[in-house]
Design a protein around this ligand. Structure first.
Ligand SMILES: *[C@@H]1O[C@H](CO)[C@@H](O)[C@H](O)[C@H]1NC(C)=O
Ligand SMILES: *[C@@H]1O[C@H](CO)[C@@H](O)[C@H](O)[C@H]1NC(C)=O
Ligand SMILES: *[C@@H]1O[C@H](CO)[C@@H](O)[C@H](O)[C@H]1NC(C)=O
Ligand SMILES: *[C@@H]1O[C@H](CO)[C@@H](O)[C@H](O)[C@H]1NC(C)=O
Ligand SMILES: CC(=O)N[C@H]1CO[C@H](CO)[C@@H](O)[C@@H]1O
Length: 565
């Protein structure tokens, strides 16, 4: 198909747009059929998969993807639930019911990450017969529960509108609450990223966790589960605060806090499309697709693939190119991916939806380099829909977005099958379910589909991040005999313990002399060192060595009983 699309590169915008439309019109039914073929129990490519289980791909060797990933499955069902609840595909209800059924099973399977109550919800993948995958892997991956809960909440919201609250309360809420409680309790723990390689904090994971907590708190309110609401919203505010820290001074979003790479990663583009909320306009706090930060980031991400792949050579900046996961990728030698190239188009289509809806485009100093691709002399300011600048930008960005779809069209084989990657020919796993879901969702965005709001509108980032993660209440008890006027303090290697500073050390009180005690708030699941000190007439006396060492519990409360040394 390459030559036919390439010749269209030179044709008018209208012909270009028609060729992209005709590709989408022919590809979408193929993508839908091939996606459903990868879902048990009756998908033609997924024999052996239990009901509602999504296989990542039918490929069993090089690579073996015949497993069910929580993330991929939730993204796939998120798309199917959107299609059903928006009335675009009325045939999917039994599939969605099956997904609910398989979630009931899979959440409860003890696995190498733990049991349902000890961290097992963060397990990345399962066998397709709903048994645990027990070999070494990059675990946990904490985006899975957030994405699964978000998909189920969209389903629940639809059922509430159908007056089916009993099913929501009795069947869906218990599943959703497990996942959201996991998010609320673990979001600041390190996680493997969505590419299963880097163990740190990851922008995609943090952002989808934030969305899930907002969705979870509004569903909880709607069905009278009020006791969880304030916990979810306060953790959501903490996450929103932490989310801002991924934006870096070089003007893009660092995908992972660990990793030793440039940080330019489709992780961030996928975040933008999976946290799109048109009611939030171009808000940058949630990195909405048309926000200045998300557009600057898109430019940096796309530019990082300029000249990287042979198929991109000679294509100037401002025209679409094939993109991959991140420029340093070496998996299968590092190639463009269908789902990442489509995600760039989708972010731009989402942006166009909002600009057209609000009737203006605002160019800031942050987004100016992006807009100057299409209007080199553009100045910062707001351009209303009556201006020629608005029309020029909207037309050019539509053509630019279509270009990313056209590249996918060019490298889609005649049978419409989408693998994971492409060079000139498809590479890696064939019939990747996520590639098909990406095709459906970009088609929806190009046709103007607006996903349900998740509550991103009007959020403000707390001026100081109060608490960057789960904490526990921790009690220090130390037996120490003292003279009148002498006091006992604790200090150590945490901010909360004044970082070894006697001046800010935490005072204990002798309510049960000679036991001195204090209960304080410490970060959960954190190792630290500490010592007691005594202060008498301003003179500090340290305990003898060695430093004491402890790890706080993951949740609940902790206590230590020491004797002054
Ligand atoms: C609290 O942490 C412990 C130890 O990791 C774990 O066994 C327990 O399930 C956790 N409880 C909750 C509610 O997360
Ligand atoms: C489930 O699938 C795994 C992986 O294919 C296999 O090893 C295991 O025997 C199966 N378990 C059952 C109970 O069928
Ligand atoms: C509620 O939705 C569930 C899930 O699709 C369905 O099985 C059930 O029949 C519905 N109940 C009512 C009263 O509509
Ligand atoms: C205790 O910790 C402090 C602060 O890190 C360090 O300076 C000191 O050397 C440690 N003491 C011992 C005995 O390791
Ligand atoms: C693992 C993890 O995400 N840790 C983060 C928790 O929050 C603090 C404070 O913002 C960050 O510095 C950590 O990186």
């Amino acid at each position: 198909m390459r030559s036919c699309i390439c010749s269209l590169l030179l044709a008018s915008g209208l012909a270009w747009s028609q060729s992209v439309s005709s590709f989408i019109n022919s590809e979408v039914p193929v993508a839908k059929a091939n996606l459903l073929a990868n879902i048990g129990p009756s998908g033609s490519q997924s024999q052996g998969a239990f009901a509602g289980v999504v296989i990542a791909s039918p490929s069993t060797v090089n690579p073996d993807y015949l497993f069910s990933w929580t993330r991929d499955s939730a993204l796939v069902f998120g798309e199917l639930i959107n299609e059903f609840t928006s009335g675009r595909d009325t045939t999917l209800r039994s599939q969605i019911d099956n997904y609910v059924g398989s979630t009931q099973q899979i959440q409860q399977i003890p696995n190498p990450s733990g049991t349902v109550t000890t961290g097992g919800l963060g397990e990345p993948k399962f066998n397709i017969n709903e048994t645990a995958f027990t070999e070494p892997w990059g675990r946990p991956q904490r985006d899975g529960p957030a994405l699964r809960a978000s998909a189920l909440i969209l389903w629940a919201d639809f059922l509430l509108s159908e007056n089916n609250a009993s099913y929501v309360v009795n069947t869906l809420w218990p599943l959703i609450q497990l996942d959201i409680d996991y998010v609320a309790g673990n979001w600041n723990q390190s996680t493997f990223d969505l590419w299963e390689e880097v163990d740190s904090s990851s922008f995609f994971t943090t952002a989808v966790q934030h969305r899930s907590l907002r969705l979870g708190s509004s569903l909880a309110s709607a069905i009278g589960q009020t006791s969880v609401v304030s916990g979810y919203t306060s953790q959501a505010a903490n996450i929103l605060c932490f989310l801002q820290s991924y934006w870096n001074t070089a003007g893009f979003i660092t995908a992972n806090t660990g990793g030793g790479r440039s940080g330019k990663d489709s992780n961030t583009i996928l975040t933008s499309i999976h946290t799109f909320d048109a009611s939030a306009g171009c808000d940058a706090a949630t990195f909405q697709p048309c926000s200045d930060k998300a557009l600057a980031n898109l430019l940096t991400y796309v530019n990082s693939f300029q000249g990287l792949y042979t198929i991109n050579s000679g294509i100037p900046s401002g025209q679409a190119i094939a993109t991959g996961r991140y420029p340093e990728d070496v998996y299968f030698n590092g190639n463009p991916w269908y789902l990442t190239t489509l995600a760039v188009a989708e972010q731009l289509y989402d942006a166009l939806i909002v600009w057209n809806q609000q009737g203006s485009i605002t160019v800031t100093s942050i987004s100016q380099p992006f807009f100057s691709l299409f209007f080199p002399s553009i100045a910062t300011g707001t351009y209303t829909s009556s201006s020629s600048t608005f029309a020029t930008l909207v037309n050019a960005i539509q053509i630019y977005a279509d270009g990313f779809v056209a590249i996918v069209a060019e490298f889609t084989p005649l049978n419409g099958g989408l693998s994971e990657q492409f060079v000139g020919t498809p590479v890696s796993a064939n019939d990747l379910t996520w590639s098909y879901a990406a095709m459906l969702s970009v088609a929806g965005a190009r046709n103007g589909f607006i996903p349900p709001s998740w509550g991103a509108e009007g959020l403000t980032v707390p001026s100081t991040c109060q608490r960057q993660g789960p904490t526990v209440s921790f009690t220090f008890n130390v037996q120490a005999t003292t003279v009148f006027g002498e006091n006992i303090f604790v200090t150590g290697s945490l901010n909360e313990l004044a970082n070894w500073s006697p001046a800010g050390a935490v005072p204990l009180s002798a309510a049960d002399y000679p036991i001195w005690s204090v209960t304080t708030t410490l970060p959960a699941n954190t190792n630290f060192q500490y010592k007691y000190i005594r202060i008498f007439n301003g003179v500090v006396t340290w305990e003898s060595d060695p430093n004491l060492s402890l790890t706080t519990p993951a949740n609940g409360t902790g206590e230590v009983n020491d004797v002054w040394r």
